[in-house]
Each structure stands twice: as structure tokens, then as C-alpha cells.
Design a protein around this ligand. Structure first.
Ligand code: 3PG
Length: 208
């Protein structure tokens, strides 16, 4: 199965922002226990390369570990070398897509308008992150998919347990979920990780 197919199969990609070397393993372990199969760790987080490596060394091989908020090709290269299995960005930089393709790693750039989405696709991205999805609402995905059914969509921004299914029903293959699932700076205790596992399980149950 290709990496992009594995991301599609995962369907829900939690966005982990500002985790640290102490909590990244318990956070990702809790997510895996809740049924999550892919995550992104955002690039503005201090020591992000080490965080990616730590997850890859300590958490299930079944979990795909991507780098998020990648704004330029240099950061993409650095994080792919650290072990990132896919690259996500809130914006479109065709050099970043080319860099990822050079290493055989899927790149999911941010693209909102039909022109941006097609530009991303033509530069080699076969999935785009429609962000900020909730500003336009789930129906926007359906409108995009009319003329561009061949481009896979990861809808992200403002998605939570109650509106997630609307995005799938309107054609998103994948959803990215940040603040409504993982608030890394607030997760420190066993109880926090247990609650995270339960919450992840509730997301997973919705798509079962
Ligand atoms: C992202 O970078 O993809 C967003 O921060 C996620 O948005 P959310 O926190 O609204 O889910």
C-alpha cells in the first residue's frame, strides 16, 4: 500500500503542536491506543526532529509519523531525514512538494482555491490540506470535488467530534484535527493521557 493510501486509511490525523521530549511518547501512545494510525508533529515545535525520532523509536511501527506546518523545502528535507513519513503544510510551496517527491515522501500542501489545489496537484501533490476548512464549511469540499474529483482532500481547521462526519460526507478523504483533540502543553499526567486515549477512541468510533 502506498503511503498516501495508508494516510487515507487512517482517515483522522491529529496535529500535535508544542509537545516536548517528556510528553511526546505518552501522547502518541495514548493516541495509538485510541485507534489513531497517523499523526503530524508540527515543525515550529522546538526539537521537532528529535520528537519525530523519539516517536519512531518508542511507539508502534503501525503509526505513521508526519511533519506538519512545514513552510519550506529545507525544513521538509531536515524532517524527512529525521524520519518524517509525510509532510504537511498550511500553505502551498511547490519547491517543498518537489523536495518531498525527490525522497519519495508524500507532501500534503495547504491549498484552498481551485487554482491553488490544481497548482499543488500539478506540482506533484496528490492530496491537499484544505485549510482553514471550517471557515468555508464542509460543503466547500463538495464544491471543490465537483471539478477536481481526482485530488484527495485532508480537511483541517476547526474540525471536532461533532462536525467531523460532515467533512467525510462532503468528500474529504482525511481530516486533520488539532486543538480539539491534542493540547500538548496541557498534557502531563497519567490521567491526562488516559483521557486523551478515551477522546481519540470517541473519534475513531465515529468512523467505525
Ligand atoms: C493546523 O495547523 O493544521 C491547525 O492548527 C489545526 O487546526 P485546529 O486546531 O483548528 O484543528
Amino acid at each position: 500500500m502506498s503511503e498516501i493510501e495508508r494516510i487515507k486509511q487512517a482517515r483522522i490525523v491529529p496535529v500535535i503542536r508544542k509537545a516536548n521530549l517528556e510528553n511526546i511518547v505518552p501522547i502518541t501512545t495514548a493516541l495509538v491506543k485510541g485507534g489513531i494510525q497517523a499523526i503530524e508533529i508540527t515543525a515550529e515545535t522546538p526539537r521537532v526532529g528529535e520528537l519525530i525520532q523519539k516517536v519512531k523509536e518508542n511507539v508502534s511501527d503501525e503509526l505513521m509519523v508526519g511533519a506538519g506546518t512545514v513552510l519550506d523545502p529545507e525544513t521538509a528535507r531536515q524532517l524527512m531525514l529525521a524520519g518524517a513519513e509525510f509532510i504537511v503544510s498550511p500553505s502551498l510551496n511547490t519547491e517543498t512538494i518537489r523536495m518531498a517527491n525527490r525522497y519519495g515522501i508524500p507532501c500534503i500542501p495547504g491549498a484552498l482555491t481551485p487554482t491553488e489545489i490544481l497548482t499543488a496537484y500539478e506540482a506533484g501533490a496528490n492530496m491537499v490540506k484544505v485549510f482553514p476548512a471550517h471557515t468555508f464549511g464542509p460543503h466547500y469540499i463538495k464544491n471543490i470535488k465537483g471539478p477536481l474529483p481526482h485530488v484527495s482532500v485532508m480537511a483541517t481547521g476547526g474540525i471536532h467530534l461533532e462536525n467531523m462526519m460532515d467533512y467525510f460526507e462532503n468528500g474529504a478523504e482525511v481530516v486533520g484535527i488539532g486543538s480539539q483533540l491534542v493540547n500538548a502543553t496541557k498534557l502531563t499526567t497519567e490521567e491526562d493521557y488516559q483521557n486523551l486515549e478515551t477522546l481519540a477512541g470517541s473519534y475513531k468510533e465515529k468512523i467505525a
